[in-house]
Ligand binder design. Structure first.
Ligand code: PLP
Length: 440
């Protein structure tokens, strides 16, 4: 078979990509099924990252394809402002059905970034509706990733994502310290013992700013994009206790952890800590159609919606909120998760992933291995004068050998679809292990 002609790469400005480097040595995917991508040169590539942490049920699931195909032929679009369509309401009920108890009011968006900015706006609207409009301060966390909207990068804590825009970030934002410590927690399996006290920093911020100025705290329960930071035991519980005591809303950004990543429907369920709002995207539609959502407690929903006598209660929404194709994809996806028991499957595979990941503790360059559920992070010692170069090379060599991993800085991240099997887990980490022996 002749190799397909390569497209003209010059026009597309690729997101979060070294454009010149990529275009000099492109990696192009042509198809996907189940656990595998097919590259344009016809190679099978084991997907160790569920795309971008989003294809939790595996690729090109027939039920989702059929549901979306039926929908596009039947109802291509329906305005979500002042009109509705039944599937959007059904999809909201289905999402509510897998949320922790009480978080059953659902606002649809199209992405994680939109979910985050929506949640921050809901928090501000809630306090204002209660006569506490001075609560405008938002607290994020160092190394947090909350997408790329102005709200998200303001509460986010990844410096390169903020630097170019630093003069235009939201005012009245502060950050908790991150929880990563190689000194105390290197090579921890599951949740680290050390670090719960870092949540007490919130008390310091409350003392500094006064609780009456703080609207919300937003954290990823397990921080993914920054390189897999697992919350220390007791940390999230403390954040919950402190926020509740001071009337501050707690937002869990579960764009990555929602829909089974940790072996439960949500990280909130996994840790037994329920926030006031939860941001979702990615796995909600198995990434087949762009979709996101904010799950909101009844108290917050009633607080905002009940405060207006007549007319629009919340001046916010997207042309594509609850889009018919997204709604169809969400309904079909949640059906698969339930029917195939994929969250429980993730839980049952977590020990195998943990063992395989930690078998690399003594591999060359490895300074930390950490894991929870179906996520693992492998931190490498950076090359002198070239941070990130070693992990980038590992990523490329794994790709050349038919295994997709992710890297951020010098941290490799593994987060496969929940349909992975034990042999494939073995292949994933064996390949990383072999490549680590080859790179300098
Ligand atoms: N929040 C978290 C925790 C994420 O991991 C991401 C994406 O990785 C986002 C928000 C942004 O999502 P999106 O890229 O769909 O805007």
């Amino acid at each position: 078979m002749n190799a397909p002609a390569q497209p003209d790469l010059s026009h597309l400005w690729m997101p979060f990509t070294a454009n010149r480097q990529f275009k000099a040595q492109p990696r192009l995917l042509a198809g996907a099924k189940g656990m595998y991508y097919t590259s344009v040169d016809g190679r099978q590539i084991l997907d160790g990252t569920a795309g971008l942490w989003c294809v939790n049920a595996g690729h090109c699931r027939d039920e989702i394809t059929q549901a979306v195909s039926r929908q596009i032929a039947h109802l291509d679009y329906a305005p979500g402002f002042q009109l509705g369509h039944p599937d959007a309401f059904d999809a909201a009920a289905a999402v509510a059905g897998v949320m922790p108890q009480g978080l059953d009011r659902i606002f649809f968006t199209n992405s994680g970034s939109e979910s985050v900015d929506t949640a921050l706006k809901i928090a501000l609207a809630y306090h204002r509706a209660r006569g506490e409009g001075q609560r405008t301060r938002l607290i994020g966390r160092e190394r947090g990733y909350h997408g790329v909207g102005f709200g998200g990068i303001s509460v986010g804590g990844i410096s390169p994502n903020r630097k170019a825009f630093s003069g235009a970030l939201l005012p009245a934002v502060d950050h908790l310290p991150h929880t990563h410590s190689l000194e105390h927690n290197a090579h921890t399996r599951g949740q680290p013992e050390w670090g719960a006290h870092l949540a007490d920093e919130l008390e310091r911020l409350v003392a500094l700013h006064d609780a009456s100025t703080i609207a919300a705290v937003i954290v990823e329960p397990l921080a993914g994009s920054t390189g897999v930071l697992v919350p220390p035991k007791g940390y999230l519980e403390k954040l919950r206790e402190i926020t509740r005591r001071h009337g501050i809303l707690l937002i869990f950004d579960e764009v990555i952890t929602g829909f089974g990543r940790l072996g439960a429907a949500t990280a909130s369920e996994y840790f037994g800590v329920t926030p006031d709002l939860m941001t979702l995207a990615k796995g909600v539609s198995n990434a087949a159609v762009p979709a996101g959502a904010v799950a909101v407690s009844r108290e917050v929903y009633d607080g905002v919606v009940g405060a207006t006598q007549a007319g629009i209660e919340f001046f916010h929404g997207y042309t594509y909120s609850g889009h018919p194709l997204a709604a169809a994809a969400i309904l079909a996806t949640l059906d698969i998760y339930r029917r195939d028991g994929l969250f429980a499957r993730a839980a049952s595979l977590a020990p195998a992933l943990e063992a395989a990941a930690h078998s690399l503790e003594k591999a060359p360059h490895v300074i930390d291995v950490r894991n929870l559920g179906l996520v693992a992070g492998i931190e490498l010692r950076p090359r002198d004068g070239a941070p990130g170069a070693r992990a980038a090379e590992v990523f490329q060599k794994c790709f050349d050998r038919g295994v997709l991993v992710r890297y951020t800085g010098d941290i490799l991240a593994v987060s496969p679809p929940l349909i992975i099997n034990e042999d494939q887990i073995g292949q994933l980490f064996d390949t990383i292990g072999q490549v680590l022996k080859e790179v300098q």
